[in-house]
Design a protein around this ligand. Structure first.
Ligand code: ARG
Ligand code: ASP
Length: 697
């Protein structure tokens, strides 16, 4: 592979650090290792990732496929964010036991709460399988032929991979499909809730402070991995025992200061760092404004109802957080793209690329890529916007509409076979239990009325009175019977009839255009990536995030968001009290925390000046999925817990600007203080390994 040789060549070129990047942990030797050490790290590449010896990677898990968590005790204790465990905390909450509001602390192993469906995954090893995956893939093949060859090669590799019975495998594309890696994984399914602070700590500042610095949120929760007696993965059983990890992170309690090295180790979800300028412009100008508006309308209804009724507050907590989180991010993203001049800078890169093609006499081979991408992005624009709006209206906001959408899939399945019908019906029936538990029909109708006008002028609130799906019982009843009977009843249901028109329009008119153009865009972007790396080899290229384990590193650092304003990198408990608004749903402070503050009763967790640190920021390049990732110091100790990014830098998924992009971490000393002093859960602290003097070797 010529491409690979080129890759190795430019990776060897030493570049200045602090430019962002999410690196593959098995490939840190060389450039990354040097970079990290020049920033102050004492770690070697093998301390971070090793197959044969235990290493930091053995303490880091993918948490439920969407967040990161880390093992912090020899008894399988897991640390992640409050917002990552939010769904589980919510599901154990009721008006009587309101863990969302009051927090939860298990005082013995027997009190730890099982969570159906929750899992974590370790990475056992990572292998470059590019050559095998691309074997027999030729330039003359169509995109579809290429994909099918890649698919069959991958299946073969996975089948032939040596692994234990309880381990899994997956193959993922990197650099837009120019490189492939195999992951051998180990998944644990018995994960129990151990502790969570009240939302007034774990979600302090809520939506107002979300994506914002200075921040004062104690965004953490604790879980524990359970295994069978052989320490292997097992389904939940009361006989399971705490998991014994290969490695757990010691906790450094000396604290951090500005310019200290930090690395963040976790599972970033998706980035798009190599988009052409036209695609960034499309997201910012066409898609974001619409999705922001539709979510804002939904949130108005949800927020008002949650404030008015505690039952609804508990029911809608996770939904609200999910809808609000991306809503606010997109607003910040648009501002950041503008402020950083990202589109113009991307255009500069494109001119540079074209010039380099000229110089290297490669215009003929690669000169078509950018003009062709521009044409395709223009061609897909209208469809892309409509498609996003359909997804918002029919899968992300009103739950009655979401259920109707799923039921159209049941109807489709019935067309293909009775077995398919049965399978999908069972899925929907079991999903309905959770859906109705957390739905209030009046609130849902309000959401429908607020959201649907963004999609259509055909609004009909009477479907909420007429449909059998207004209650769980009548809805389930409708789904009883043979497939023929069910389809007949469904097609007579008012809500189903209403939704089906839009779903059909989606499948007949929107999806086909999208599915025609989108693969062409992907294929060209693969070419673009390859050509870019070849003709501008002095740039630093890291593969876009794809939900796989990555290392990012940088320093603790403040920033200047705008003229004459400088943000310090560390916040303190004093700032929590400055923000305190008695009784407020976002900025209330628990009585006990106020008392601890008044007495300055911080135990061993205060800094040298006697203040208690709460959060800090750094130049680590992170994204969604990095939540819950450990922030690790120069010696391999846990010093913080990643949970967010700063407002001015939320565009870092498309354009990382080292001046204003910062990740936000909870200081681990605040975590320990809350567990120890606030919750009185000293037994959990005793499980951990706290190190002073940085545990220098
Ligand atoms: N913004 C962070 C992340 O993207 C934290 C979200 C916590 N949720 C919230 N609605 N405050 O997920
Ligand atoms: N809060 C995000 C998460 O949940 C992290 C981020 O987007 O910076 O993963």
């Amino acid at each position: 592979m010529k491409f690979l040789k080129i890759l190795v060549f430019f990776i060897a070129i030493q570049m200045s650090a602090q430019q962002g990047g999410m690196w593959i942990p098995s490939l840190l030797q060389g450039m990354n290792e040097n970079d990290m050490q020049s920033l102050g790290s004492k770690l070697t590449a093998a301390d971070i990732y090793s197959v044969n010896a235990s290493s930091l990677k053995d303490a880091v898990v993918h948490f439920n496929g969407g967040c990161t968590a880390e093992v912090i005790s020899p008894e399988g204790l897991l640390l992640t964010n409050h917002h990552c465990g939010f769904g589980q905390i919510q599901s154990h909450s009721s008006l009587e036991n309101d863990y969302l509001k009051d927090g939860f602390w298990a005082s013995t192993l027997a009190d730890e709460l099982p969570n159906n469906g929750l899992y974590v995954e370790f990475i056992v090893r990572i292998e470059d399988v590019t050559q095998q995956v691309l074997e027999g893939v030729t330039e003359t093949m169509t995109d579809r032929e290429k994909q099918s060859k890649i698919g069959s090669n991958s299946a073969k590799i996975e089948r032939e991979t040596k692994k234990e019975d309880w381990q899994g495998t997956k193959i993922k594309a990197f650099y837009k499909g120019n490189q492939y890696f195999l992951f051998v994984t180990e998944r644990y399914d018995d994960i129990r809730l151990v502790g969570a602070p009240p939302s007034s700590i774990g979600k302090f500042g809520s939506d107002t402070d979300n994506w914002v610095w200075p921040r004062h949120t104690g965004d953490f929760s604790l879980f524990r991995i359970y295994a069978n007696k052989q320490n292997q993965p097992a389904k939940y059983s009361k006989d399971n025992v705490p998991f014994k990890p290969k490695h757990f992170l010691p906790i450094g309690i000396d604290g951090i200061s500005e310019d200290d090295f930090t690395m963040v180790f976790g599972f970033p979800g998706t980035t798009d760092e190599y988009l052409p300028a036209i695609a960034i412009a499309q997201t910012v100008e066409k898609i974001n404004p619409k999705t922001i508006a539709i979510r804002e309308a939904a949130l108005k209804v949800i927020d008002a109802n949650m404030k008015a009724d505690d039952q609804i507050r508990i029911q809608y907590a996770s939904k609200q957080a999910r809808i609000a989180n991306a809503w606010k991010k997109w607003i910040g993203e648009n501002l950041g793209i503008k402020k950083s001049g990202a589109i113009a800078k991307r255009k500069d890169l494109e001119s540079e690329f074209t010039k380099a093609l000229e110089t290297k006499k490669l215009l003929e081979t690669y000169g078509h890529i950018l003009p062709e991408l521009e044409r395709l992005y223009n061609a897909i624009e209208e469809t892309a916007v409509k498609r996003r709006m359909f997804i918002e209206a029919f899968t992300g906001t009103s739950e009655l509409m979401q259920l109707m959408f799923r039921l159209t899939q049941v109807e489709n399945a019935a067309m293909s076979s009775d077995a398919d019908f049965e399978r999908l019906r069972t899925n929907v029936l079991s999903a309905m239990d959770g859906l109705y538990k957390n739905m209030n029909l009046e609130v849902d109708k309000g959401i429908y009325l607020a959201v649907m006008p963004f999609y259509t002028t055909n609004i009909d609130a009477s479907i909420y009175e007429k449909t059998a799906f207004k209650t769980l019982e009548t809805g389930k009843k409708l789904l009883e019977g043979t497939s023929k009977e069910v389809l007949e009843k469904l097609n007579n249901d008012a809500a189903y009839q209403y939704a089906k028109v839009f779903v059909n329009d989606f499948y007949n008119n929107i999806e086909p255009v999208f599915r025609d153009i989108n693969p062409k865009i992907n294929a060209l972007e693969q070419q673009y990536m390859k050509a870019l790396m070849m003709v501008l080899p002095n740039q630093r290229y890291f593969p876009d995030a794809n939900g796989t384990l990555r290392v990012t590193y940088g320093k603790v650092k403040g920033y200047e968001p705008r003229d004459a304003v400088y943000y310090e990198p560390i916040t303190y408990l004093d700032g929590v009290m400055e923000k305190y608004v008695p009784g407020d749903y976002e900025f209330d402070v628990p009585q006990k925390l106020q008392e601890l503050y008044a007495k300055k009763d911080y135990g061993p967790y205060a800094d040298a000046t006697g203040k208690l640190p709460v959060c800090f920021i750094g130049t680590n390049h992170t994204t969604g999925g990095n939540s819950g990732s450990p922030a690790i110091d120069a010696y391999g100790n846990l010093v913080g817990l990643n949970f967010d990014r700063v407002w001015e830098g939320t565009m870092s998924d498309m354009y990382y600007d080292p001046e204003i992009c910062r990740n936000i971490m909870v200081d681990v000393r605040y975590v320990l203080f809350i567990i120890d002093k606030y919750a009185g859960a000293k037994h959990l602290i005793n499980e951990m390994k706290l190190v002073r003097n940085k545990g220098k070797k």
